[in-house]
Design a protein around this ligand. Structure first.
Ligand code: PGA
Length: 258
């Protein structure tokens, strides 16, 4: 049985209507030609969601949001509910990204509430977990933290919802322009640990993807890791052509290594 490969991107607070259109043209074409080979998703800023839903129609590329609120509606100025995202055909929601944890004080408990709302409304949740620099290299402390992030986010989740979860392992020290390269030897055992814990708690084969400074240079190597189910790309996917290149290299490696 061949494994499903996931390739996704989070645009963060980047891109414009014009650049989104150009991106969708490149990536949509690639996605149409590779349907069934990989599962592709994009998470733009909120106002670009309808544009991408239109531009990517028929390509099977899933369009997601970068955040949501757990309540259905109410006095939460500036927030968007999971309910409204589902009503506007959003496929998935990103939760627990390191930037939201650090800059917006999102705790594991808050992420749990959001996750529950997302799956209740029939969407997929892409749950980010990852250790920061302070525990890098300390296997015991790293595993404790990863387990805690994962367990708190999914506690009391009904087993039937586990098919809607994708876990993104994103070590904080590897995200963005920090000058640190993700090396397979630094992430291999953490990915395996996450896969084992996720499958155990959620009683399902949960996809685990890797994110943090993925490039066209390192994507093939990363895809050789036995427990990886795909890649989550940030700044190097903002150019649609580069993202297509990364997918081409990564998917050929992923398929060959099955
Ligand atoms: P990066 O971002 O690829 O730019 O490091 C990854 C992420 O934050 O998901």
């Amino acid at each position: 049985m061949s494994k499903q490969i996931w390739m996704g991107t989070n645009w963060k607070m980047n891109m414009s209507p014009d650049s989104a259109k150009v991106w969708a043209e490149h990536v949509g074409k690639y996605a149409k030609a590779h349907q069934g080979v990989l599962n592709l998703f994009v998470m733009p800023p909120f106002p670009l969601i309808p544009l991408l839903q239109t531009e990517l129609k028929g390509s099977a590329v899933l369009v997601g949001a970068q955040n949501c609120h757990w309540e259905e509606s109410g006095p939460f100025t500036g927030e968007t509910s999971a309910q409204l995202l589902a009503q506007t055909n959003v496929d998935m929601v990103l939760l627990g990204h390191a930037e939201r944890r650090a800059q917006f004080n999102e705790s594991d408990e808050i992420i749990h509430r959001k996750l529950q709302a997302v799956v209740n409304h029939g969407m997929r949740a892409v749950l980010c977990i990852g250790e920061d620099k302070s525990v890098k290299g300390n296997q015991t402390a790293t595993e404790k933290l990863l387990r805690q992030q994962l367990e708190t986010a999914v506690h009391h989740l009904q087993p039937s919802y586990s098919q809607q979860i994708i876990v993104a392992y994103e070590p904080v020290w590897a995200i963005g322009n920090q000058g640190v390269e993700p090396r397979n030897e630094d992430i291999k055992s953490n990915l395996q640990f996450i896969k084992d814990v996720a499958n155990d708690i959620l009683e399902n084969d949960v996809p685990v993807i890797y994110g943090g400074s993925v490039t066209s240079e390192n994507c093939r190597d990363l895809m050789t890791l036995p427990s990886i189910d795909g890649l989550f790309v940030g700044r190097h996917a903002l150019d649609g052509k580069t993202f297509v290149k990364i997918m081409g290299l990564a998917v050929s490696e992923g398929v060959e290594s099955i």
